[in-house]
Design a protein around this ligand. Structure first.
Ligand SMILES: [Zn+2]
Length: 149
């Protein structure tokens, strides 16, 4: 069983990220040129067409990039591109293992915290002078014979 994400999946992940970035820039450039050319209506139709193509192209690039990124991160089966539960489990194995590891870390930390809290509060008992019964630290009278402690 592969415990690491293969290099081609990593490549797809970063490629998807790059596509998202390019798409976003293309999409935002529409607003930048729109602001720069504000009030210039000489070639309004041409500008509008170019802006529309860039806006739609940018959105498509971002969608494709997001898809490529998901497939890269979770694998073909893990992302639902291929319906194969057995392969999906294998593709997502690094993530499942990481999830289990983080849960274990949290439990370890909680255990340490509980342990140190116990260490800071040692249990103190008071022995009754009359009958030698051990009583709670804050009790005023012996729970066995009723004498003041
Ligand atoms: Zn007593």
């Amino acid at each position: 069983m592969s415990r690491r994400i293969s290099s081609d999946r990593k490549f797809a992940y970063y490629l998807g990220g790059a596509l998202i970035a390019i798409g976003l820039l293309l999409f935002l450039s529409v607003f930048v040129t729109g602001a720069l050319n504000f009030g210039n209506f000489d070639d309004f139709d041409g500008q509008a067409r170019s802006s529309g193509i860039r806006a739609i192209g940018g959105m498509i690039l971002m969608m494709v990039g997001g898809f490529v990124r998901t497939v890269g991160a979770r694998g073909a089966a893990g992302s639902g591109l291929v319906l194969d539960p057995e392969r999906a489990r294998r593709d997502l194995e690094p993530f499942s293992r990481q999830g289990g590891g983080m849960l274990k870390d949290a439990l370890d930390e909680a255990d340490i915290a509980l342990g140190s809290a116990r260490d800071h509060e040692p249990l103190v008992m008071i022995r009754c002078r009359a009958c030698s019964t051990l009583n709670e630290e804050d009790s005023k009278f012996c729970q066995e014979c009723g004498q003041p402690v």
